[in-house]
Design a protein around this ligand. Structure first.
Ligand code: ADP
Ligand code: MG
Length: 319
């Protein structure tokens, strides 16, 4: 590497995020020190992104960084945790400073937007670019939103709209100059998903269960159903679709089975439904009822004629 390891850390990975009073010691020593707050639980999650597997190796480094941090923040959102701090373990084939500068900017912008501070990490050379981010957040003890709390009678809701990131997949390697506004919107949804952090926090004490949609609605709602030992019936006609997706002939299939949207799917008891909808309205986040939890196991779709069809956790594997 032309630039030294410590110079690199100093130049590209210090001062990222707004800072947090709980960070007693950040980057520069053998460990960071984090003050644990009484009555609060630490929510921790880690994700690895590998070039050529999770993102195209040639993709814009700014967007890769944005996506890497946002995807992790989505796990905190799904628990109702407030983001505190994150660590970054980075493997790079070379210390390409153009790449590093763009990556650092993407990380900085996402960290600032969601109030999370980089407190440490590791930097190594390796054959492929591998980005490993661990996020930490706080939640009042016992208040985290788990997958296991859904009960028969609860409404099933999703935030935002679904299927956009799946619709963006064929566009990932496209020449951006050739894309129309709708296609650019879909790509933004893939590279810059909106982790529903504020909504997750607002749903504490309201939602009975929550998950973020990374593998597709059917698969991820399926995790809630399994963990809660219940079933659900959803109405595919109620799935929220963006204007960019709505016309497409595979829109509903993408919304049901497409991954990478990072919206929240939650369940809410009927007596707290108005509170959930008021919280979402205050945050200007769409939150749509798409079905209900029942005692019969499994996930089923209600057709226009009222007939129920079992929904497999995955659709046809087109990709
Ligand atoms: P050690 O050898 O004790 O593990 P390092 O020499 O790897 O420490 O790192 C020195 C300091 O820089 C540590 O505080 C570490 O957390 C931080 N650091 C290293 N790489 C990164 C990175 N990519 N992002 C943020 N902090 C980093
Ligand atoms: Mg050490």
């Amino acid at each position: 590497m032309t630039i030294g390891e410590f110079e690199l850390i100093d130049r590209y990975f210090t001062g990222i995020g707004p800072g947090d009073e709980a960070v007693a010691l950040g980057i520069g020593d053998d460990c960071a020190l984090f003050d644990c707050r009484p009555g609060e639980q630490l929510a921790i999650s880690v994700d690895t992104l590998v070039a050529g597997v999770h993102f195209p190796a040639a993709a814009d480094a700014y967007r890769i960084a944005q996506r890497a941090l946002r995807v992790n923040l989505s796990d905190l959102a799904a628990m109702g945790a407030r983001p505190f701090a994150f660590t970054l373990a980075l493997t790079l084939p070379a210390a390409d400073e153009t790449w590093l500068a763009a990556f650092s900017r993407g990380l900085r912008d996402a960290a600032q937007a969601f109030g999370i501070t980089l407190i440490g990490g590791n930097t190594t050379r390796g054959r492929d670019c591998v980005i490993n981010i661990q996020v930490m957040g706080g939640v009042p003890a016992g208040a985290a939103l788990l997958r296991s709390g859904a009960r028969p009678g609860d409404a099933v809701l999703v935030s935002g709209c679904l299927g956009d990131a799946r619709a963006a997949l064929p566009l990932l390697e496209a020449d951006s100059a050739a894309l129309d506004a709708g296609q650019r919107y879909l790509l933004d949804r893939y590279f810059q998903p909106e982790p529903r952090v504020a909504l997750g926090v607002a749903l504490r004490g309201i939602a009975s269960a929550a998950i973020d949609i990374s593998d597709g609605l059917a698969a991820d709602l399926g995790h809630i159903l399994a963990a809660s030992d219940v079933g659900a019936v959803i109405d595919p006609a109620l799935l929220p679709l963006s204007p960019a997706l709505r016309g497409g002939d595979r829109a509903r299939e993408f919304a049901l089975h497409g991954g990478d949207d990072y919206e929240l799917c939650c369940t809410v008891p009927p007596d707290r439904l108005a509170a959930a909808q008021a919280a979402a309205r205050q945050l200007a986040v769409p939150l749509t009822v798409i079905g209900a939890i029942g005692a019969d196991r499994g996930l089923r779709a209600r057709g226009a004629d009222g007939a129920l069809t079992p929904l497999p956790p995955h659709g046809y594997r087109h990709f």
